[in-house]
Write a protein that binds this ligand. Structure first.
Ligand code: IMP
Ligand code: MG
Length: 178
């Protein structure tokens, strides 16, 4: 285990199980639909790479970069699109892939943005959800697992751009950010 990690919250085995079960549901719901899978960088990178390989359908992928967090552990609430999609979403079904929903600010903003761009249907799959921390109403369509109000890292999730490469999700020691 990494020295900055307090304890493992989701092991590689547990992550694999969660991803497989999400993939099954998505495969069933999106069967026969033409859709774009949109990953929110950078946090979704590990999750999306594993998830998309388990979905046996035809779809395209794209990415967006949005910012709300600086180097702290609290969302600023102000969302900015740093990098937009490379293809039009007008009339398309969009499935957004996110690492974690916290305040809800990011996805609330991104979903509205894609709807104003003319997307036909916008859904969200998130690996983790911290429903206790919502500041704006937002309910993801597919949730891997609900987690307690702790700051987590690994499997794509970072603190100050570190720990994304850990193969598991761990609770970050408070001493690292307090
Ligand atoms: P929201 O806009 O507050 O819902 O924040 C969502 C974004 O904040 C996520 O996409 C993550 O990048 C980041 N975030 C929220 N909680 C955590 C955490 O516990 N660890 C790492 N990143 C987090
Ligand atoms: Mg993120």
């Amino acid at each position: 285990m990494h020295k900055d990690v307090e304890s493992v919250l989701l092991s590689e085995k547990q992550l694999e199980k969660i991803v497989n079960s999400l993939a099954k549901k998505i495969e069933k719901d999106y069967n026969g639909k033409e859709f774009i899978m949109v990953g929110l960088l950078k946090g979704s990178v590990a999750f999306m790479a594993d998830l998309m390989k388990k979905i046996d359908l035809d779809f395209s992928i794209d990415f967006m970069v949005a910012s709300s967090y600086g180097s702290g552990t609290e969302s600023s609430g102000k969302i900015k699109i740093i990098s937009d999609l490379t293809q039009p979403v007008e009339g398309k079904d969009v499935l957004i892939v996110e690492d974690i929903v916290d305040s809800g600010n990011t996805l609330n903003f991104i979903c509205n943005y894609l709807v104003t761009k003319g997307a036909k249907d916008v859904r969200v799959v998130t690996l983790c959800d911290k429903p206790a921390r919502r500041k704006v109403p937002f309910t993801p369509d597919y949730v891997g697992t609900e987690i307690p109000d702790e700051f987590i890292v690994g499997y794509g999730l970072d603190y100050d751009e570190k720990y994304r490469n850990l193969p598991y999700i761990g609770i970050l020691k408070r001493s690292v950010y307090e």
